[in-house]
Design a protein around this ligand. Structure first.
Ligand SMILES: Nc1ncnc2c1ncn2[C@@H]1O[C@H](COP(=O)(O)OP(=O)(O)OP(=O)(O)O)[C@@H](O)[C@H]1O
Length: 361
């Protein structure tokens, strides 16, 4: 199913301030579309408008090209999976999955076939007679998924469906969910505040903040070409470093510490922010004299994560490849960075992406 959002606005009753403003997007059939953003930015509100649970204040919603603003939820041919699963505790797994079909008075043999197919897809056949309380979190999650699958709706709306699971199970379910979506040709709209989840599963990501869309792009797109400072900070762990900079005569100077010649046409005397991903720094360790003092070290096996404080007080997050022998309080020499973003410090939008090494000023 394809979905089109055109200039959607949502104001809750009694409030003049919109929770969402001018939200437009096109979601293709069979697409895995993630909606991400910080708590309270309106992700669930958007999903609930698409589901028909809450009214749209203004703008239009189209499902398969048909205007759907006033369609009853049950006529939207979609299913929903929430973080709280919403399983009936007194019903078996089978009956939980069959619930919607029974409510719609489907013939018994149709219900049996669809439920059994759905349970097989999510690997729960052997658990069909159990009650939800006798299942693990991941299995309960799969019951909720099986219910969506049995309903045979081509659009599935998911609101933080994995957030109650432990990290390991979450990683496994991400892969299973994605596989299921592909196998069934589902269109999935998936709400999460977890950037990793969005990056690993989605075909396209909508980033929301402060009531507005910040960017819609592929996962790589938001990482490599973030529309603004917010998007650059939202994706990537550890977070991108942001340094104050001033442009003058072809050179950007950062916090009086680094300078770099830039080819972008910038404004003389104007202030910018330079965004440097932690893995982009060039660093010398084991030096007697350096320009930054290490404040913390995390060994991750394949990478070494450092926090360091430059002699002008600027804190930096740095990631080095491999296991680097380094301890807190040691000095390092930060020599520059391979590539970085330039943001306007007024409206925080991206004005350029620069490759090249910074020099000490
Ligand atoms: N029924 C309601 N009446 C009034 N305001 C509401 C209602 N539901 C949500 N809001 C407000 O709308 C804003 C967006 O809420 P929403 O639940 O959509 O955010 P979210 O991005 O899903 O957040 P989270 O990640 O914390 O779930 C919040 O400021 C919230 O307080």
């Amino acid at each position: 199913m394809s979905i089109q959002l055109k200039h959607l606005v949502k104001k809750y009753d009694g409030s003049d301030t919109p929770v969402l403003e001018n939200v437009s997007a096109h979601i293709e059939d069979n697409e895995f579309f993630a909606i991400v953003g910080p708590s309270g930015c309106g992700k669930s509100t958007l999903l609930r408008m698409i589901a028909g649970i809450i009214p749209i204040t203004s703008g239009n919603l189209y499902l398969n090209g048909q205007r759907a603003n006033d369609l009853e939820p049950k006529d939207r041919k979609l299913s929903m999976v929430f973080q709280s699963y919403a399983l009936y505790p007194f019903l078996s797994v089978f009956d939980n999955v069959a619930f919607g079909l029974k409510a719609r008075k489907q013939p018994k043999d149709v219900i049996k076939r669809r439920v059994e197919n759905a349970l097989e897809l999510v690997n729960l056949t052997e658990f069909k007679n159990r009650k939800p309380k006798d299942l693990s979190g991941g299995q309960r999650q799969r019951v909720a998924l099986a219910r969506a699958v049995a309903n045979e709706s081509k659009l599935c709306l998911m609101d933080e469906p994995l957030s109650n699971l432990d990290a390991q199970l979450r990683a496994k379910m991400r892969i299973e969910l994605k596989e299921l979506q592909r196998k069934l040709g589902l269109t999935v709209i998936y709400v999460t505040h977890d950037q990793v989840e969005a990056m690993t599963m989605a075909d396209h990501v909508m980033v929301l903040n402060h009531h507005h869309i910040q960017q819609i792009d592929t996962p790589l797109g938001v990482y490599q070409h973030p529309a603004n400072e917010f998007v650059a900070s939202f994706f990537g762990t550890p977070q991108i470093n942001l340094l104050n900079a001033v442009y003058s005569n072809g050179t950007l100077t950062m916090d009086n510490r680094f300078k770099v010649e830039v080819s972008e046409p910038l404004i003389d005397g104007h202030k910018y922010k330079v965004g440097i991903r932690p893995n982009q720094f060039k660093v010398k360790t084991g030096v007697n004299d350096g320009n930054a003092r290490v404040t913390s070290v995390s060994q991750l096996g394949d990478r070494t994560m450092i926090e360091a404080s430059l002699d002008n007080g600027q804190e930096l997050r740095i990631v080095l490849n491999g296991q680097v022998d380094i301890r807190p309080q040691e000095l390092i020499q930060v020599e520059g960075a391979e590539s970085f973003f330039i943001f306007d410090s007024d409206d925080r939008s991206l004005v350029g992406i620069q490759k090249g090494v910074l020099e000490n000023a």
